[in-house]
Design a protein around this ligand. Structure first.
Ligand code: ADP
Ligand code: MG
Length: 246
């Protein structure tokens, strides 16, 4: 059996006439931790949203867990069951408790019985170290706690890969560390992860490979040491000089 979880081959995407992705190639293997960085508007979100079919690509091929994503596919849900996604703005269901946020998808999409969904939810809330918040509503939690709930909610589906889209970008500085620590601990447990982030300390510590995107293209792909110490492309050098200033 192949250990490839996500394979993107020559993927291109347009929004109307605007080309957001150009011939992107990326292979994610089981257990790999990939960090994607690059300037705002470079196509990072678009790319990972294509991986769970929140966006449709128009050229090239994307395969996720052996399933090819295409316009006539009927089993998008089948793909999404296996691909967890954590967003910048948490996207929790505001009218549901933390516990229900975590129970909903397993029950409604996978048909998991309520008692088991509750058990799994509590287990993953424990995993992100906020079991005591289970009966609160999202608005009663700090940003860092909400994002950890969002991570627990995704984990409850027991996905084969987790996608993160700038999960710490909208957090107050003092809450960034707790979310990065949760992500690092997932990485230590062997979770396959694709993380769009500008947290370069996280990238150095956790990533197997760093991908740099600019203007819809993958410009550079390297192990963190090489990426940070020996960037090959001018655009990468410029990006790193800008981001490391802060
Ligand atoms: P990043 O995540 O790297 O900041 P995005 O993937 O969000 O970049 O966006 C890539 C480009 O595509 C940007 O120029 C953005 O304005 C454009 N774009 C993103 N989403 C849409 C959309 N729904 N409709 C039109 N253009 C979009
Ligand atoms: Mg983005």
């Amino acid at each position: 059996m192949s250990d490839i979880v996500i394979e993107a081959a020559n993927v291109s995407k347009w929004y109307g006439t605007f080309r957001a992705l150009t011939d992107v190639n990326l292979t994610v293997r089981k257990g790999e931790r990939i960090v994607i960085c690059g300037p705002s508007g470079s196509g990072k979100s678009t790319l990972i949203r294509c991986f769970n079919r929140l966006e449709a690509h128009q050229a090239g091929e994307i395969t996720v867990n052996g399933m090819r994503l295409h316009s006539k596919m009927r089993n998008v849900t089948e793909v999404r069951k296996n691909v967890g996604m954590v967003f910048q703005h948490f996207n929790l269901f505001p009218h549901m408790t933390v516990l229900m946020n975590c129970m909903a998808a397993p029950m409604w999409i996978k048909g998991v019985p309520e008692a088991q969904a509750r058990k799994t939810a509590l287990q993953f809330l424990e995993r992100v170290r906020i079991p005591e918040q289970a009966n609160k509503y999202p608005a009663q939690l700090s940003g860092g706690q909400q994002q950890r709930v969002a991570i627990a909610r995704s984990l409850c589906m027991e996905p084969s890969v987790m996608l993160f889209d700038e999960p710490t970008s909208s957090l107050d500085p003092e809450m960034v560390a707790e979310v990065l620590e949760t992500m690092s601990s997932l990485a230590r447990d062997g979770m396959t992860m694709v993380c769009v982030t500008h947290e370069m300390g996280f990238a150095r510590a956790v990533a197997d490979r760093v991908i740099f995107m600019d203007a819809g293209q993958v410009v550079e792909e390297a192990a963190p040491d090489n990426f940070f110490n020996n960037p090959r492309h001018e655009r990468t050098k410029f990006f790193l000089s800008q981001i490391l200033k802060h």
